[in-house]
Write a protein of this length. Structure first.
Length: 262
């Protein structure tokens, strides 16, 4: 695991320690989950590429823009109007400059499924805020991945289980997740290669045929253009998670639409 990932996890542990006693279920407002699986299928029928567009203030190596909750909402609305199938919101504060407040504001103002993207390591994080989808990293959770998948499902949240290699893939396939994210970034080197989706997506398809299961594949990281997007769909991805290319563009609406229509 790369040093930067270790640092993020160290800070995440401190955040978790600071979480106060989670609210009781009766204190959490009733929340009707939006079905991302159905939304992705609908996009394919319409002939568009299902894009999960990301509200991403920064990465560990670069800050893109300051994003307040109000700005996060405005960005997400543009993404929705451009045809995104869902919106991902970074909530990791120290390295990605995200916030729970950004996610809450986005959730209040778009009609799309909303993904919480963070480093989830403790059940308390699943009680912090309502969301439709939550990212669970196999490379972080390891043998606890299945436990967290079941916890998310029990709380009415769709788990998106992220993998980076064959070993993590088979860990993910042993869980009850419907969504498998293939991260094209290697956490050991931080290098990005779209070949990762091209190599791993067919293995998921093969597994589903042999076991009578059905998983949706989300390709993540390194997708910058319509050509990249089309290549990932042709490789077997059902949807794409795109942050940097959209948030760095001069026109978030048109960049999102360009990829959706690719």
């Amino acid at each position: 695991m790369h040093e930067i990932v270790k640092r993020i996890l160290d800070e995440t542990s401190k955040r978790v320690d600071a979480i106060t006693t989670p609210p009781k279920k009766s204190d959490i407002k009733t929340y009707n989950k939006k079905d991302v699986v159905a939304a992705i299928k609908k996009k394919h029928i319409e002939g568009d590429i299902p894009v999960i567009a990301e509200v991403k203030p920064a990465s560990p190596s670069q800050q893109y823009m300051d994003i307040s909750p109000e700005k996060a909402s405005d960005i997400a609305i543009q993404m929705e109007r451009a045809g995104a199938v869902a919106v991902s919101v970074l909530t990791e504060p120290n390295f990605f400059h995200g916030s729970l407040e950004n996610l809450e504001k986005v959730r209040q103002n778009v009609h799309l499924p909303v993904l919480r993207k963070d480093f989830i390591i403790d059940e308390k994080q699943l009680e912090e805020i309502n969301c439709d989808i939550i990212l669970l990293m196999t490379g972080v959770l390891g043998t606890r991945t299945g436990e967290f998948v079941d916890l998310a499902i029990s709380k009415g949240i769709e788990p998106l289980v992220e993998i980076q290699n064959k070993e993590e893939l088979y860990t993910a396939l042993a869980t009850n997740t419907k969504l498998i994210g293939i991260n094209n970034r290697d956490f050991r080197t931080m290098e990005v290669s779209l070949n990762n989706t091209m190599e791993l997506a067919p293995l998921i398809r093969k597994y589903d045929i042999e076991h009578g299961t059905e998983h949706m594949i989300i390709s993540e990281s390194g997708i910058h253009s319509g050509a990249d997007a089309k290549a990932m769909i042709e490789a077997g991805a059902d949807a794409l998670l795109i942050g940097t290319a959209i948030i760095k563009s001069d026109d978030i609406y048109h960049k999102t639409k360009e990829i959706v229509k690719a």
